[in-house]
Design a protein around this ligand. Structure first.
Ligand code: DC
Length: 223
């Protein structure tokens, strides 16, 4: 395995933006694992799967497709799903189906493969705990529910979705509970992860804080 900088945290904490910036700065590849869960959820939805689908049916459905990144785009088989996976519906079902064992097993090797030939910055919910427990450097990136709600609402409005802040807040709270409360690979802070609270900080401040931690690991709080 090559070098991995692993970042976990709840939705809207700023993981993707920061992970992309760190990857560019370090000359590493960027691995957006949420995009993989979103693509799988979209595929299951398109196949008519409901939340209560059986494990065997899900396993079979996943045997027939391959999710991958191609030139920065997210591909499900030969279909580019990069835009469709960002809808509020895909967010909801990604959180629902990501709790399922066949889905997590299916994506585990795909994620680890990404670190076989390239140094990566990987972000998600279980990068520091399950997928890359031996990562070179680990972060847990958080922000208050209010701040994450504001960021998500602004992002979705900019993409043309008709959303209301209060509804987004409820969805964030529900997703947090589902992502942290599931039995397999729940979102949690790893003991050896640097904790970064991005509430009230702008992107450049968070970026320089994390870069400093990468360069001088002993000076940052682990919890
Ligand atoms: O990071 P995101 O919002 O794009 O992730 C979408 C969903 O995928 C999230 O609600 C939980 C799930 N996920 C996961 O369970 N494990 C990961 N490593 C990444 C995402």
């Amino acid at each position: 395995m090559k070098k991995v900088v692993a970042i976990d945290g709840p939705s809207g904490a700023g993981k993707s933006t920061i992970a992309k910036m760190l990857a560019r700065e370090l000359g590493f590849h960027y691995l957006d694992t949420g995009a993989l869960y979103r693509a799988v959820a979209l595929h299951l939805l398109q196949q008519g799967f409901q939340e209560n689908a059986g494990d065997e049916e899900i396993t079979l459905a996943l045997k027939k497709v391959r999710v991958a990144f191609r030139q920065g785009r997210v591909m499900m088989g030969n279909v580019d799903v990069s835009d469709d996976i960002r809808s509020p519906e895909a967010s909801h079902f990604a959180s629902v189906f990501s709790a399922r064992k066949p889905v997590r097993e299916y994506l585990l090797d795909i994620q680890r493969d990404a670190a076989r030939h390239a140094d990566i910055v990987a972000e998600g919910r279980d990068m520091t705990t399950v997928v890359f427990p031996g990562a070179y450097h680990k972060f847990y990136l958080d922000a208050s529910v209010e701040e994450r709600t504001r960021r998500r609402t602004t992002e979705l409005l900019a993409k043309g979705y008709d959303v209301q802040e209060e509804r987004i807040r409820t969805e964030i709270i529900e997703r947090d509970a589902r992502d942290a409360g599931r039995d397999i690979a729940p979102l949690k802070r790893a003991e050896d992860a640097c904790f970064v609270d991005s509430t009230g900080l702008d992107v450049t401040e968070v970026f320089s804080l994390m870069l400093k931690s990468l360069r001088r690991p002993r000076e940052m709080p682990r919890r």
